[in-house]
Write a protein that binds this ligand. Structure first.
Ligand code: HEC
Length: 147
């Protein structure tokens, strides 16, 4: 490769990398729009009629329960989205930062790629039963997750 071509290739490569990282910062928002907003709507409020739970005022409370993180990682819309563990962790953190900040416990830690990978490896036979179990437990603490 000539010196000139080499420099050109490096410049193009750097531009792709920079473009890529700008996209990465935006990507949870875009992923939410693409994969989730069809059901949960752009503002996360869902649809009572369609049986789609609202995210604001609800999702953050799951972090109060020992199985809540397992539940959130296995919700069907996310589990079937085809998003990788890193993208899923970023998306859950985006949701929590956008709509869960008033409800999650102050010491809740962010999701990581590693945690999502580990939780995905655990089997959840009935996601709706898991939600019911969490809902019943949290009700005893005065938190209502009904929608
Ligand atoms: C086809 C419609 C649909 C899509 C698309 C969808 N969801 Fe959901 N989501 C649901 C339903 C229905 C539930 C309730 C599941 C249950 O009761 O176990 C749910 C539950 C949830 C919950 C827990 C809220 C609660 O109160 O139980 C979160 C958080 C969530 N989804 C996030 C997402 C994310 C993130 C995406 C995109 C990657 C997504 N969903 C895509 C329908 C959808």
């Amino acid at each position: 490769m000539s010196r000139r071509l080499e420099v050109g290739a490096i410049v193009v490569g750097a531009a792709i990398l920079l473009g890529g990282s700008a996209f990465a910062a935006e990507s949870p928002r875009i992923a939410y729009k693409l994969h989730c907003s069809g059901c949960h709507l752009l503002d996360g409020t869902g649809s009572k009629l369609g049986g789609i739970p609202p995210i604001p005022g609800v999702a953050g409370h799951f972090l109060r329960h020992e199985k809540g993180r397992l539940y959130l990682v296995h919700v069907p819309g996310l589990a079937n989205s085809g998003l990788g563990a890193k993208e899923s962790a970023d998306l859950l953190n985006y949701i929590m930062d956008t709509w869960g900040h008033n409800d999650r416990p102050a010491d809740a830690s962010p999701f990581t790629e590693r945690e999502v990978t580990e939780l995905r490896a655990q089997r959840v036979n009935d996601i709706m039963m898991l939600r019911k179990e969490i809902e019943a437990d949290l009700r005893k603490q005065g938190v209502d997750l009904a929608y």
